[in-house]
Design a protein around this ligand. Structure first.
Ligand SMILES: *Cc1c(COP(=O)(O)O)cnc(C)c1O
Length: 478
């Protein structure tokens, strides 16, 4: 890339290159960009102008600054300022094939939830104000009746996420005591959330019963003693134990816990609120079933199969939920008003079960028919081919989506999408395509498998979000 005229190192004498003295003074540049200063204020624009001029000066000293760039300084400054104001957290297109993707923000909020967030967070609200009495209210009161109605629980409360719900539940019910868990359920859920560590963080002594593959009722019975504070069941959501296995379900365990005088808590992880098999999806245990089976506390996430915001939902008996609510740690783990607004609106959608598939994006995406996704892939094929030609071949392929977030790990949903392969057969070329897609204004996230980039179209509800960027992609690949 070294052009002959760049051999002059100290200040270019080439007529098309600018010298450091050709750069405008800071004040002059700012005067030229008065509209930008009016919009963003002096501080930000001046800081970016200084940074821009410094970078250009370095290139000018090296004789590497084309004169033409000087004419475009106001535009370059505006671009820098816009880049500084652009949040790092951005909307992306999830074409990974994993619907509830933990790294991509999990469940998408329903319109009703989005509207509620907008309406309630820009204005004062009655988060902890009782509109009937004019006195102080409790945020739980806004949501407890609804959660009880939907799950059949006596009492309910919500915290920051399900990890917090589990931690709080164990701490409130078993701090300074023993908590019994099956060895088959001592799970790690995404990085730092490991059941044995949660136990010690909550101040409970873990008592392991059974073996990795088999745990029996007598294992629990034998472990209960006067120091026992709690029996914990954990839904092994992110893996499956198959073969010679046995575990004790909640219906069997509840009478054992009751006879021993200790509460039974179950962590469902995903916790769908409706039976998913009615839409041909795999069965997932419901909080209402667990409560009916005799659990004292059930915890589950707000942003997995429920389809709402991040949150930890705790439902159960008046006695157990009452202890959890009064435990001091609850205050530190409480749900903030943004997700609270979204959670209430999401839960209300469950009062209209017939409409759920339209109303809840998560359910809508999970139940999207393969034929519809395949038709979309076919329709997008020519435009994508044109954008990545001549280096990549594109084809329509049948794919298998996953639900994600540890839900139903072995189940797959028939899906469809586009497969892109480098025609020169080199992995580096494919990597360049993956990177170019990730750098689009709305980054496109697919998955690489067997030297092909797979774009699963199950979660692409608005194809214009992809097609509208293909011009930029073509340029990036050129
Ligand atoms: C996902 C999950 C958690 C953690 O829930 P968050 O809402 O992500 O904090 C805990 N337990 C199980 C079984 C899970 O699947």
């Amino acid at each position: 890339m070294v052009a002959p005229d760049e051999s002059v190192v100290h200040g270019s004498k080439a007529p098309d290159k600018a010298a450091p003295k050709d750069l405008p003074a800071l004040d002059k540049l700012l005067r030229e960009c008065a509209a930008l200063v009016a919009e963003h204020g002096h501080t930000l624009v001046a800081r970016e102008a200084r940074g821009l001029l410094d970078a250009l000066r370095t290139r000018a000293v090296a004789g590497e600054l084309p004169r033409a760039e000087l004419a475009a300084l106001p535009q370059a400054l505006a671009t820098r300022v816009a880049a500084r104001m652009r949040p790092n957290m951005r909307a992306v297109l999830n074409l990974s094939g994993t619907v509830i993707h933990t790294n991509l923000g999990r469940a998408l909020l329903a319109d009703a939830a989005l509207q509620q967030v907008l309406a309630l967070t820009g204005a004062p609200n009655n988060l902890e104000f009782d509109l009937d009495t004019g006195g102080r209210g409790d945020r739980d009161d806004l949501i407890e009746d609804l959660l009880c109605e939907l799950t059949g629980a006596e009492a309910a409360t919500v915290v920051n996420n399900n990890a917090a719900a589990v931690l709080l539940g164990i701490a409130a019910l078993a701090r300074g005591k023993e908590a019994i868990v099956s060895r088959g359920e001592l799970v790690e859920i995404g990085g730092a959330f490991r059941m044995p560590d949660v136990m010690s963080a909550a101040g409970a002594t873990l008592v392991e019963v059974g073996t990795t593959n088999r745990t029996h009722p007598r294992d629990y019975e034998g472990a209960i003693n006067p120091r026992t504070g709690l029996i914990v069941k954990v839904h092994t959501s992110n893996y499956a134990v198959q073969g010679f296995t046995a575990s004790v379900d909640e219906a069997t365990l509840a009478p054992i816990a009751r006879a021993g005088g200790v509460p039974l808590m179950t962590d469902l992880g995903s916790g769908a609120l409706v039976d998913l098999t009615q839409w041909g999806l795999p069965a997932e245990p419901l909080p209402q079933t667990m409560l009916a089976a005799g659990c004292d506390v059930v915890t589950f996430s707000g942003d997995k199969l429920l389809g709402g915001p991040q949150g930890g939902l705790i439902v159960g008996s008046k006695a157990a939920v009452g202890r959890i609510r009064k435990f001091p740690m609850k205050r530190a783990l409480r749900l903030s008003k943004l997700p609270f607004a979204a959670l209430e609106a999401t839960l209300r959608l469950y009062l209209r079960p017939e409409r759920l598939v339209q109303d809840l994006p998560t359910l809508r995406l999970l139940t999207r028919p393969q034929a519809q996704i395949a038709a979309l892939a076919q329709a997008l094929l020519p435009a994508l081919e044109a954008a990545v030609a001549p280096r990549f071949a594109v084809s329509v392929v049948a794919l298998q989506s996953q639900i994600g977030s540890g839900s139903l790990p072995v189940e797959r949903l028939p899906s469809a999408g586009l497969a892109l392969a480098a025609l020169d057969g080199r992995g580096r070329t494919l990597e360049a395509l993956v990177t170019a897609l990730r750098r689009l204004p709305r980054p496109v996230i697919g998955r690489v498998h067997d030297d092909r980039l797979l774009l699963d179209l199950r979660c692409l509800e608005d194809p214009a979000l992809l097609t509208g960027q293909l011009g930029v992609l073509k340029e990036a690949l050129a």
